[in-house]
Ligand binder design. Structure first.
Ligand code: AMP
Length: 254
């Protein structure tokens, strides 16, 4: 099975995100950028399938500025065989990403596209479902377990009311959730080895698809600061504080 994993370069999840002074977006200059955490889980899962012999080729792709090469190098160090950068300096919305991935899928012919369930910068969670619609391939979202079965996959999905087990024929799309695995750390020897692995560079503009954003960001603002916490001395005090905070009388609370 050939697996394609799209990985997005985002502001590192440990960074305290700051809004630009002019409100035009989030500050990214001099800020640590990393692979979207859900995409790390997707790469890890594909690497495990590669190690188990279920996957015979693992390709990673990132759409973004030249610096996204760092993200791809990390994926190569984690175990991917080949990386593709689709370079764009413009903001690329999920629909445009899905259109580019559709074209890439026609070229690379993967059996499985394994994506993060969402990118933590815009929290859109749209790319996987949109790609499924564009390719007319089945999709399983929020995977907590993936098992390859002949020409199909059995996936346990996180659902609101528990877990659902689904099977889907290949080629297919799966988006991954946190419970799927615990990604490994990148080792120094694998970072060095990754430098020898192939990294292809393509221009988004050459794909002949409409990449124009459909959304206009009017303003970005930081959330209101949280009110300071209050230390209480006992459970009774805590209950009283909670009741007064919620504006409840003691009798109503029962
Ligand atoms: P989103 O729909 O933006 O929340 O992203 C969902 C998933 O789509 C991510 O976890 C990635 O696997 C993939 N994805 C989104 N944007 C990009 C991008 N610019 N480059 C590569 N993969 C992306």
């Amino acid at each position: 099975m050939k697996i394609l994993v799209p990985v997005k370069r985002v502001v590192d999840h440990k960074v305290n995100v700051r809004v630009r002074a002019d409100g035009s977006g989030v500050e990214t200059g001099n800020v640590k950028m990393s692979m979207n955490p859900f995409d790390e889980i997707a790469v890890e899962e594909a690497v495990r399938m590669r190690e188990a012999g279920t996957c015979d080729e693992l390709v990673v792709v990132s759409i973004g500025p030249k610096q996204a090469e760092d993200t791809l190098r990390t994926a190569l160090a984690l175990g991917a065989d080949k990386a593709i950068l689709i370079e764009s300096d413009e903001r690329v919305e999920p629909l445009a990403v899905a259109k580019l991935l559709k074209e890439l899928a026609a070229r690379e012919a993967p059996d499985l596209v394994l994506l993060g369930k969402q990118a933590i910068d815009d929290d859109a969670a749209q790319t996987g479902p949109m790609l499924s619609a564009l390719l007319d391939w089945p999709i399983s979202s929020f995977a907590a377990k993936i098992e390859a079965k002949d020409d199909a996959l059995e996936v346990i999905e996180e659902a609101d009311n528990g877990r659902e087990v689904v099977t889907l024929p290949l080629p297919a799309i799966v988006t991954v959730d946190l419970q799927l695995n615990q990604p490994r750390n990148v080792s120094l020897p694998s970072v060095i080895k990754a430098k020898q692995k192939p990294l292809e560079r393509l221009a988004a503009a050459d794909f002949g698809v409409d990449l124009a954003p459909r959304l206009e960001i009017l303003a970005t603002r930081a959330p209101d600061p949280r009110p300071e916490g209050k230390r209480v001395g006992s459970v009774d005090e805590l209950l009283a504080a909670l009741r007064s905070h919620a504006g409840l009388l003691e009798g109503e609370a029962r």
